[in-house]
Design a protein around this ligand. Structure first.
Ligand SMILES: [Zn+2]
Length: 239
């Protein structure tokens, strides 16, 4: 059985219980977890704690391998197969990543819908997000600056962020659902869809906030020329 990904069912779950499936070197696999592995689906890893009857230890990172989440821990000796575990996320970091990730949807949609730049890759941590765009015109610096302000206007509308599951066939009927090949697990039978009505819809396995008002405002951190048609934007949270 692959690890059940609790963050896909409830992004706000910061504490959970699970059973140890296996221990491999300094990693622990659980039957279910709220820890988001990373880098995975464009997002960073969560960190936090795991506790058993024998003590507690730091989770320094979580890694996704062949359907399982491997929690890399400082002390693997407190785990044995079948033992009950309590997991606790470093919630401030995770929540910041959820806010930035939701903000990224609005920013990427704004840049695509209004200026036609297609996103080609990106990464989001709890401190900043970065996205690369395929850009052919010369106004990209102005576009990035304007787009952050425009995305902030959309975020301030307090739009609901809807998360639901569709069959693979239903999902493929939605135009534009697949924006980033790396973010789209098309081999799966059920596709998780994240929709901000009127703004963005995509296949997406990551944690988000429920409402765009929780994001607050994005701020432009840096823009970079990464090549003839590749331009990069770095952004963070205003507060
Ligand atoms: Zn997302």
């Amino acid at each position: 059985m692959p690890t059940r990904l609790l963050f896909q069912e409830d992004s706000y779950l910061s504490r959970f219980e699970a059973r140890v499936a296996k221990v491999v070197d300094n990693s622990v696999v659980l039957d279910q977890t709220a820890f988001h592995p990373g880098p995975f689906g464009g997002l960073d890893t969560d960190t936090g704690w795991l506790e058993t009857s024998l003590g507690k230890t730091r989770v320094v990172k979580a890694e996704y391998k062949e359907g399982d989440v491997y929690h890399v821990v400082e002390d693997p000796s407190i785990f044995s197969e079948g033992a009950l575990v309590t997991g606790v996320l470093d919630w401030d970091k995770r929540y910041a990543m959820m806010r930035l990730h939701t903000g990224a949807h609005v920013l990427i949609a704004t840049i695509y819908n209004k200026y036609g730049y297609l996103v080609t890759g990106g990464h989001i941590t709890h401190e900043y997000g970065r996205e690369d765009f395929d850009v052919k015109d010369e106004n990209w610096k102005t576009v990035f600056e304007s787009a952050v302000a425009e995305a902030n206007e959309v975020l301030a509308k307090c739009l609901e962020v809807r998360v639901y599951w569709l069959s693979r066939d239903e999902a493929l009927k939605i135009p534009g659902l697949v924006k980033l090949a790396e973010k789209t697990p098309l081999a799966l039978e059920k596709i998780r869809v994240v929709e901000i009505p009127g703004v963005d819809i995509q296949a997406d396995g990551g944690p988000h906030v429920k409402n765009t008002c929780e994001v607050g405002k994005l701020k432009l951190l840096k823009i970079e020329n990464r090549g003839k048609t590749k331009k990069r934007i770095y952004y963070g949270l205003e507060s």
